[in-house]
Write a protein that binds this ligand. Structure first.
Ligand SMILES: [Fe+2]
Length: 112
């Protein structure tokens, strides 16, 4: 395989371990609007990364028109994009949880 198309070597669990905590103070001390805006940005990106599967399926329906090298690259690209999707989805969940903390969960949790 060409070195140009063999660069899909990263592991999501190493980049963003499952259960990776973000301390509540990061959310509570963020400038106004930062967390909400970041959540909106992530939500759009989650959908666009997931669209990779739709494009992959579309192209695979026409694979007879595509070169073997392109098809090899396409499989690597799809795997990479779906990892982006998983990572952004995890980030979106973390930020959404932080938004919940900002909206009162921290206070509720600290009450006896
Ligand atoms: Fe991507």
């Amino acid at each position: 395989m060409s070195p140009r198309i063999s660069q899909n070597q990263w592991d999501l669990d190493q980049v963003l371990p499952l259960g990776q905590p973000i301390e509540p103070q990061y959310f509570c001390t963020a400038p106004p609007g930062t967390v909400e805006n970041f959540r909106k940005l992530l939500s759009r990106d989650v959908f666009s990364e997931a669209d990779a599967q739709v494009l992959y399926d579309y192209l695979m329906d026409r694979q007879g028109d595509l070169s073997p090298e392109f098809l090899r690259m396409l499989g690597l690209w799809r795997s990479d994009e779906l990892k982006h999707y998983e990572a952004l989805r995890a980030g979106f969940t973390i930020v959404s949880h932080g938004l919940g903390l900002m909206n009162g969960s921290v206070v509720s949790r600290s009450r006896p």
